[in-house]
Design a protein around this ligand. Structure first.
Ligand code: JFZ
Length: 427
């Protein structure tokens, strides 16, 4: 459901995230990898009940399939992601043109993917995994080596911790949560924290108050003032944190002065689901990425590793194709370091983003030879040069009606989307 617009003065961020150097890497990066991986991954999306019937879900399987606690704990004890390969994951992200990773350190099931000292409900103490390995440390090392930023998803809602469930014990839970966050920040030095579950559907009264969100943000700032934090840290009716998080959708218009990131799945689930083969084509990923960047947002694209810790090949293939598109002919300039331009109206044939003194018109429906692409101007500017990236064809840019007509002389230079670079004046 769409959230109401933020009122003024509700943002508890430590500076203006829209312009702060603190958020610069994130604003420039535009594209990240979301990783949903946890104890639920061991079920690979299917729970067979004692009566033999099968219930399907992914990261919500414990709850949606009503798996008894002992059952869920038993299967978690068998979890052994021995093929988890941080370098391969980071390489897949890097090759895709992604500039940061956000992995579920703890999802709603409360299972910690690092050796937390706050409980034994974690990958070291409650699994069949090598107790000397630490996948978050492995990711951190690989990400640093590749120049990619690392972030952690952390669910405030916790189905496992008994202290979560009552107002009298909630303060104890909160203390444990603060301690876990301290561990994460101090041991792995994340660049970003991505909260979730502050909505806690079990409790309509929602004990996670506006004040709790502000307190948590102040606490995180004390741990590391460089941290970037998403908005699911506070209440849903205010925009807290540094950026908004529309889910599985791309806002039609940028919200002035506010950062945002669309998170999306590549198939129909966040966590691994072996029966889900509804993969989006790379063309859709490229189109979404262009749309997001042209509206000034970020795109956090999800992968769900299987129970061994491997990213599905179908995901790897699409990531590679997307990265191939970005790397070809400098087409990535339409995305990385590029953003919203108020100079033109959003066209029906593609997107227009701005980077420096250039506009990048990414054409997802390339016209037949001689057919112009119309650009409606909202501001005053001239086009001083126009060329098709990756092609020697000519493109004519001429004033027409309320803007310009761009007429390329040849066919699409790229099957996913061709990019026309326009140099404009004044810049
Ligand atoms: C949450 C999780 O419950 C889900 O498992 C996944 O991790 C996803 C990224 O986040 O789900 C949400 C959170 C927010 C909304 C909907 C589902 N929302 O704002 O509409």
């Amino acid at each position: 459901p769409p959230r109401p617009a933020a009122g003024p003065g509700t943002n508890h961020a430590i500076d203006d995230p829209f312009t702060s150097p603190r958020t610069s890497w994130w604003r420039q990066g535009r594209f990240g990898m979301f990783i949903h991986f946890g104890a639920y991954s061991n079920l690979e999306g299917e729970y067979t009940r004692p009566d033999g019937t099968v219930c399907r879900n992914a990261e919500w399987i414990k709850r949606e399939c009503r798996i008894p606690d002992e059952e869920y704990e038993k299967q978690a004890a068998a979890f052994n992601p021995s093929a988890f390969d941080a370098e391969a994951i980071v390489r897949a992200a890097k090759d895709a043109g992604q500039r940061y990773l956000v992995i579920t350190a703890k999802h709603h099931d409360g299972y910690a993917m690092w050796p937390t000292r706050q409980n034994t409900w974690n990958l070291r103490d409650h699994s069949s995994f090598d107790p000397h390995r630490d996948i978050l440390a492995e990711l951190k090392k690989a990400a640093d080596a590749a120049g990619i930023k690392l972030g952690f998803y952390y669910s405030i809602w916790d189905w496992h911790d008994p202290d979560f469930a009552g107002p009298a014990t909630f303060p104890r839970y909160k203390k444990r949560m603060y301690a876990q966050l301290k561990e994460l920040v101090e041991h792995y030095d994340p660049a970003l924290l991505w909260f979730d579950g502050e909505w806690d559907t079990d409790n309509p009264a929602n004990r996670w108050s506006r004040r709790d969100g502000a307190d948590l943000q102040a606490y995180l700032h004390g741990l590391d003032p460089r941290l970037i934090v998403n908005n699911r840290v506070g209440k849903r009716d205010v925009v807290d944190g540094d950026f908004g998080t529309p889910e599985q959708e791309i806002p039609a218009e940028p919200v002035d002065g506010q950062l945002w990131e669309s998170c999306m799945t590549l198939n129909d689930h966040w966590g691994f689901a072996r029966y889900d083969t509804n993969w989006k084509p790379a063309a859709t990923v490229v189109r979404n990425l262009l749309q997001v960047a042209s509206r000034g947002g970020n795109y956090l694209l999800n992968v769900g590793p299987d129970k061994y810790g491997r990213i599905p090949q179908a995901s790897v293939d699409r990531l590679r194709e997307t990265g191939g598109w970005l790397a070809a002919h400098g087409q990535g300039d339409a995305v990385h370091g590029a953003g919203y331009t108020g100079l033109v109206a959003a066209p029906s044939w593609g997107t227009v983003s701005r980077r420096g003194d250039a506009l990048y018109a990414a054409v997802t429906s390339w016209p037949a030879a001689g057919t112009p692409l119309h650009l409606t101007a909202k501001g005053r500017f001239e086009i001083t040069a126009a060329r098709v990236l990756g092609s020697s064809q000519q493109v004519k840019a001429a004033r027409a009606g309320d803007g310009f007509d761009l007429t390329p002389s040849g066919g699409a230079p790229d099957p996913l989307a061709g990019v026309i670079k326009l140099t404009i004046e004044p810049p």
